[in-house]
Design a protein around this ligand. Structure first.
Ligand code: BMP
Length: 278
């Protein structure tokens, strides 16, 4: 059977990357495949939205370098919220340099991403040295990495052979690469093409941005699909929702955030249950 017919719990039990196991277990426990992307520029805004969204999501995704008043206390408070509400933290850093440089960018500087983010992600543009560099920091800390095998924006260049190379590279780093940012089940297509039966290969978590129920785009290239298109039709595992939940700017009031979280959580979970029945 294909990966898409297995439950999150079944997949958690067998996953080789501890953080992927944790994420899939949270999805099962909280009945949510929602990752909330919080792209706001203030510490107070980020913490407020994470607190409001925490009960409904499996993961909070940050862009820590847009926060104007970043300090260590911000990540400490975010970690406390992750413990309290049972979610993981993903810093959407999109590393894209040679191994020796990303190793420093991941561990050092102002942000020290590896010290607090369970998950981060990278482009394969520089070649597989980027994985060796990031793994040298992340593996000892039990972190996991997503490769950007595809992107959501119109006209993006992560397609075809480049996407396939991401899947091949992931297979050579099974202890650290937990999955992909992708728009579809990129791993299974590859397995079928290579003559391997779908689902017999490694299990990758597919986390998918460009999800919105009320809008088709943002006028800057973003393209939105519904949770049903993403989870059931395309076989992805986690929906990433940003502006559809926090509303842009400094963010919606808490009441609206909670309302939208429940709406996306429900839609994402229904799509998953429908997929299991397919
Ligand atoms: P929104 O739902 O507001 O469009 O936000 C999408 C989020 O996902 C942004 O933080 C963006 O950086 C991220 N993202 C994306 O939109 N497309 C990709 O291909 C990869 C991303 O990380």
């Amino acid at each position: 059977p294909s990966i898409t017919t297995r439950t999150y719990a079944e997949r958690a039990a067998k996953h080789p990357v501890p953080v992927a196991k944790q994420l899939l277990d949270i999805c099962d426990r909280k009945k949510t495949n929602l990752c909330v992307s919080v792209d706001v520029t203030s510490k107070a805004g980020l913490l407020r939205i994470a607190e409001a969204a925490g009960p409904y999501c499996c993961c909070i995704k940050t862009h820590i370098d847009i926060v104007e008043d970043f300090d260590r206390d911000l990540v400490q408070q975010l970690q406390a919220l992750a413990d309290k509400h049972d979610f993981l933290i993903w810093e959407d850093r999109k590393f894209a340099d040679i191994g020796s440089t990303v190793r420093l960018q991941y561990s050092s500087g102002i942000y020290k991403i590896a010290s607090w983010a369970h998950i981060t992600n990278a482009h394969l543009v520089p070649g597989e040295g980027i994985l060796t560099g990031l793994a040298s920091v992340g593996l000892p800390l039990g972190r996991g990495l997503l490769l950007l095998a595809e992107m959501s924006a119109k006209g993006n260049l992560a397609t075809g052979e480049y996407t396939a190379k991401n899947v091949e590279a992931a297979r050579r780093h099974p202890e650290f690469v937990m999955g992909f940012v992708a728009m579809r089940r990129v791993d299974e297509r590859e397995e079928t093409a290579g003559g391997v039966a779908p689902g017999e290969g490694a299990d990758y978590v597919i986390m998918t941005p460009g999800v919105g129920l009320d809008s088709k785009g943002d006028g800057m290239g973003q393209q939105y699909r519904t949770p049903d298109e993403v989870i059931r039709e395309s076989g992805c595992d986690v929906i990433i929702v940003g502006r559809g939940i926090y509303g842009g700017g400094d963010g919606n009031p808490n009441e609206e955030i909670v309302k939208q979280c429940k709406r996306y959580q429900e839609a994402g979970w229904k799509a998953y249950e429908d997929r299991l029945r397919q």
